[in-house]
Design a protein around this ligand. Structure first.
Ligand SMILES: [Zn+2]
Length: 171
């Protein structure tokens, strides 16, 4: 049984079964991972309050067939993620390969939690997409202004207006 201690940024938290949760993270040492939080849905869960999307945490995990979260501690300051941070989280959740550590992605994502500054273009570049060279998937126009997360495609202002707001990230 392997044990890991790493800093991580929480990307998602989902219910799993009656009492557990499944937490998605981008971990400094492990890349994008998913781990089971046993008892995470119980009202007295010690881990759950530390694990909210956009949170920076130190986590302890054990691996035996799958990853299980056994400890989590939020790294201060804890604050609500800004809209820019939520966009960054959405991109990493959708585009980062699973289990591939990436120091540059880690630093860029971490910065986006603390700054109002828009670094979407840098994130896209690290994730393998060149926003400046992209053209609209529907009409071929440039420049593009948004990215459809479920489809992994760029669109111009006009064509992108039809897409559901919660599925897009503005470039
Ligand atoms: Zn278009």
């Amino acid at each position: 049984m392997q044990e890991y201690v790493t800093d991580a940024i929480v990307l998602s938290v989902h219910s799993r079964g009656e009492t557990d949760r499944l937490i998605g993270c981008f971990a400094k040492q492990l890349g994008r991972i998913e781990a089971r939080m046993i008892g995470g849905r119980k009202p007295l869960s010690k881990l759950s309050p530390h694990c909210t999307p956009g949170g920076l945490v130190t986590i302890r995990l054990v691996e035996k067939n799958q990853l299980t979260l056994i400890d989590a501690l939020q790294i201060p300051p804890s604050r609500l993620p800004t809209p820019a941070a939520l966009r960054a989280i959405m991109l990493v959740r959708a585009l980062a390969p699973k289990g591939v550590p990436d120091g540059r992605l880690w630093e860029t994502l971490k910065r986006s939690l603390n700054e109002e500054e828009k670094n979407t273009e840098a994130l896209f570049r690290i994730l393998g997409y060149d926003v400046t060279a992209a053209s609209c998937e529907a009409c071929g126009d440039t420049p593009v202004s948004l990215f459809s997360v479920p489809h992994h495609e760029f669109f111009c202002d006009r064509c992108g207006a039809r897409l559901p707001e919660h599925e897009v990230v503005y470039c």
